[in-house]
Design a protein around this ligand. Structure first.
Ligand code: 3PG
Length: 309
């Protein structure tokens, strides 16, 4: 019986990435199945029924999906954030869950900087804007994406500060010429641009809101290329209402985006569909890494990058 690997992507990879994944899978003697642009979870439930391995993006792998996948041994989220996978349900069945850290980070970092310039230049509409050079860029969480945003920000002449409760080694920041601040409060207080790179966890959900925004300098912009769940949406509305100088740009439309757009017009912007990792390069890097990790797990039992150990 040949192992079957399913790529299930509501938002598909670039063709080159799919071709590369197919090459890796078939070269290993396995079979590739594709479910792209599906519109209903019933299609996913049907497609996973006989697969041994699953490659996904932001696709929701719920307990129901896991229950429907009787032969499933491994799920690889081609990307960084795995908040879309029910880890408990997977672990209960002994299913290995992995991500592909760093593989799509550059695409997200480039988008974060682009968003800062876009807001600084009146969303590319007529009028006098401002420059990002010389401004203070605060980075909330200095992981794979945060680091790249920091380095690029430095190259663009920004003064870069960062906060990450999980990095105790000061040298990590110093190596990039980035100043580490001691608290999340201090970070927001000094940041003309605040770029969010925290994952959505029980601790972070709804943690960015009114108080932090209100503490930011005059004319500050909050940039969200992380997850919408980390935002306290009502708090953002309140802060933008009280402070007409604040701006908010997000790669993931807020639950209340229509309200934001109507109330704050040019001070807010959301992409139509999450596009941080939407580059050919990121698709290829993350997609091929996912396929290789699956082959290495099925053939050699390699569990590096497992997130539910
Ligand atoms: C990630 O966590 O890697 C990004 O959010 C990318 O998500 P996507 O693959 O759905 O574009």
């Amino acid at each position: 019986d040949t192992m079957k690997i399913l790529v299930a992507t509501e938002k598909p990879f670039a063709k080159k990435a799919v071709d590369g994944i197919r090459g890796i899978v078939e070269n290993a003697g396995y079979e590739l199945a594709l479910l792209e642009k599906y519109t209903d979870k019933s299609q996913l439930l049907e497609a996973v029924a006989d697969v041994d391995a699953l490659i996904i993006r932001s696709d929701k792998v719920t307990a129901e999906v896991i229950a429907a996948a009787k032969n499933l041994k491994i799920v690889v989220r081609a990307g960084a954030g795995y908040d879309n996978v029910d880890l408990e349900a997977a672990s209960a069945r002994g299913i290995v869950v992995m991500n592909t850290p760093g593989q799509n980070s550059n695409a997200v970092a480039e988008l974060a900087l682009a968003m800062m310039i876009y807001m600084s230049r009146n969303r590319f509409t007529p009028g006098t804007g401002t420059e990002i050079q010389g401004k203070t860029l605060g980075i909330h969480a200095y992981g794979n994406v945060g680091k790249l945003v920091g380095r690029k920000g430095k190259a663009l002449g920004m003064n870069v500060v960062a906060y990450d409760p999980f990095i105790t080694d000061e040298a990590v920041f110093a190596a990039d010429g980035v100043k580490k601040v001691a608290s999340v409060e201090e970070l927001y207080k000094v940041s003309d641009f605040l770029s969010l790179h925290i994952p959505a966890t029980e601790q972070t959900k709804g943690s960015i809101g009114y108080d932090l925004l209100m503490s930011m300098p005059k004319g500050a912009t909050l940039v969200n290329t992380a997850r919408k769940e980390v935002i306290d949406e009502a708090g953002v509305v309140r802060a933008l209402t009280e402070r007409e100088d604040l701006k908010y740009i997000t790669d993931i439309a807020a639950g209340n985006q229509a309200e934001l757009d109507e109330k704050f017009c040019k001070r807010v912007f959301a992409t139509a569909k999450k596009m941080g990792a939407e580059t050919a390069e990121a698709n290829i890097n993350a997609g091929l890494a996912a396929a290789s990790q699956i082959v290495d797990f099925l053939k050699n039992g390699n569990t590096r990058f497992q997130v539910n150990k």
